[in-house]
Design a protein around this ligand. Structure first.
Ligand SMILES: C[S@@+](CC[C@H](N)C(=O)[O-])C[C@H]1O[C@@H](n2cnc3c(N)ncnc32)[C@H](O)[C@@H]1O
Length: 252
């Protein structure tokens, strides 16, 4: 049986085998982007290159298989916040993944949020590509609940004659720090600020949020700080151990 508020140092498929159907309120995560593929100019170990050199089909099959399990463990009205960027050799990969999810699972995209970071990567070597200061966060839900998945959106007024509800304005632009400034092997962590802003839109207090790619526990740290439950999986032992020690500081 799964324990909540615990991070498992294992492949996410193993963790999900322990999670009952419809058990989690949602997912906030960022998968490997497959950015190590054919990369010759990489001047640092990005933290997961040993599991990131996949061809396009292998990458899509692995992610799709995970999404089938996400769907099984997700509450019917639950939400998946999936932050993914792209490698310069294959910028279409996230789009292909989203098309696969829509075509081959009972999930679909409900919204696309742009995360605007505080700064772009400073070293620019491309004569053609733009400096990336944004990444996307795909909001994925069950097709049957495309119009009634759970959010924290608050009603601002109700038209007395028609009963039409009007909601406070929540825009699809989130401005948040790139990361939490933790220097370690993993170069692809996001920030507690991003996670907290997503939680505030989609997850009420005491929700159970799963992060299948927990990295250095950014999702769990944000959950601890604002009273949400979490479950995590992290394959890499070094990321896991750094994550647990950062998380323990927050819990104390
Ligand atoms: C983009 S990073 C996520 C970083 C995380 N959001 C953070 O802020 O620390 C992806 C992470 O997924 C882990 N990972 C890759 N494949 C995995 C799998 N099958 N199961 C569990 N973790 C995996 C990698 O080791 C890496 O730490």
């Amino acid at each position: 049986m799964i324990e909540i508020n615990k991070i498992y140092n294992e492949d996410n498929i193993e963790t999900m085998k322990k999670i009952p159907n419809k058990f989690i309120s949602g997912i906030i995560t960022s998968p490997p982007y497959n950015i190590a593929t054919k990369r010759k100019d990489c001047y640092y170990d990005n933290g997961y290159s040993n599991i990131d050199c996949l061809n396009e089909k292998e990458y899509l099959d692995i992610r799709l298989n995970e999404f089938k399990e996400f769907s099984r463990i997700l509450d019917d009205c639950g939400v998946i916040c999936y932050n993914i960027s792209y490698h310069k050799d294959n910028p279409i990969l996230p789009t292909l993944l989203m098309a696969n999810i829509h075509n081959k699972t009972d999930l679909t995209i409900a919204d696309i949020i742009t995360w605007k970071k505080k700064s772009a990567i400073p070293f620019q070597t491309s004569p053609t590509k733009l400096s990336r200061i944004t990444e996307l966060v795909y909001i994925i839900v069950k097709k049957n609940h495309l119009h009634n998945f759970k959010t924290n959106k608050e009603v601002s007024k109700i038209n007395e004659k028609t009963n039409q509800k009007f909601y406070k304005n929540y825009t699809n632009l989130i401005e948040a720090r790139n990361n939490d400034g933790i220097i370690c092997k993993l170069k692809a962590s996001y920030s507690e600020e991003l996670v907290s802003k997503l939680i505030n839109i989609y997850f009420p207090e005491n929700s159970i949020i799963y992060d299948p790619f927990m990295g250095i526990c950014t999702t769990a740290r944000a959950c601890e700080k604002i009273n949400r439950n979490y479950i995590g999986s992290e394959l890499d032992q070094e990321h896991y151990q750094i994550g647990i020690s950062l998380l323990n500081k927050v819990i104390k």
